[in-house]
Design a protein around this ligand. Sequence first.
Ligand SMILES: NC(=O)c1ccc[n+]([C@@H]2O[C@H](COP(=O)([O-])OP(=O)(O)OC[C@H]3O[C@@H](n4cnc5c(N)ncnc54)[C@H](O)[C@@H]3O)[C@@H](O)[C@H]2O)c1
Ligand SMILES: O=P(O)(O)OC[C@H](O)CO
Length: 344
Amino acid sequence: MGNEPLFLGKPVRPLVLGGGSWGTALAFHLASKGLPVTLWVRDETLCAMISSDRENRVYLPGAIFPKSLDVTSNIEKSLSEASFIVLAIPCQGVRETMKTLSSLGAPRLPIVSGTKGIEQKSLRMVSEIVSECYLSDPDQYAVLSGPSFAKEVVRNSPTAVVVASRSQVMAKETQSLFNTNYFKVYTRADVKGLEICGALKNVIALAAGISDGMGLGANSRAALLTRGLAEMTRLGVALGANATTFSGLGGVGDLYLTATGEQSRNRTVGVRLGRGEKLEDILRDLGQVAEGVTTAQSAHMLALGHGVDLPVTRAVYRLLYEEASLVEVLRDVMDRPMKDEEEF
Ligand SMILES: NC(=O)c1ccc[n+]([C@@H]2O[C@H](COP(=O)([O-])OP(=O)(O)OC[C@H]3O[C@@H](n4cnc5c(N)ncnc54)[C@H](O)[C@@H]3O)[C@@H](O)[C@H]2O)c1
Ligand SMILES: O=P(O)(O)OC[C@H](O)CO
């Protein structure tokens, strides 16, 4: 045990939940630091393939697993051996997974969440789902977010992200655990703000993609990003977040990456929608999660419930869920009353 690194006083044994691109990238990242990491992959066939290839050829081809990265589909055994959890499954699966963990009766472990989204039925953030179903102590929860494409993280492209936790100890220990000289981690205290940023930026990225797919041009994209950031902030502040979080890496940083980066699944879905393709065809081809599709509905409903005006989100929602046409939603956005730029 001598010099073994500790996390919250215990030897570091991360259990990463999620065999997609982000779970694989975060597990790879921690294992590259020499830490003994277990990656839990729900699908047994995928798990067996990853185990024998030492690579996730389905979701993240090209990243050959370090020796200290183990893969399993046995959640019970891996949970009993872990000292904390890294959550990287799509948002709509978080509740089910937290309930499964709770039912196993093992001691509750701290959670670092990399999931971005808002649950559709309950309109809950990930931290709220976790606290309802698994962890009663919010000081054991952190969210890690910011501009970070999985493929670039495993290529060691210089990346900067942010970790937020209500507990300064949790934030700082998570920072030390994930930080490397190519993966720079900042801290902040605003969990809610960072979660809203990570969820809402995907909806605005869909909108930017739609605009580009329609060929509307660079002026339109810049307008959508700027007004999109304003509405992300507006919803965040109404829900108790700190406005400055929205100008940080998790806000403007991730919005810029997702709305303009060709690797973004959300932007890709938007571009194809803007070209007139059907959502179901696009999602079938994508084969990966584009969180903005479900978040558009959750955010729209949250905004209605709190009396907050989110015109870009509403446009995306109407296109995806009300069969509104591209022309109609564009007209809705552009025909709004004139106002002061700073008006909330
Ligand atoms: N890929 C990235 O670059 C990236 C970066 C930062 C954050 N994220 C976020 O991480 C989360 C996961 O995204 P991803 O990119 O890994 O998605 P993905 O589509 O690449 O993979 C999702 C994986 O989760 C599995 N899964 C789905 N529902 C599940 C459930 N209920 N229980 C267990 N496993 C389940 C799927 O089978 C799949 O293996 C999302 O919220 C995403 O926004 C992704
Ligand atoms: O590929 P996307 O659109 O899901 O974006 C991935 C990450 O959230 C970027 O930070």
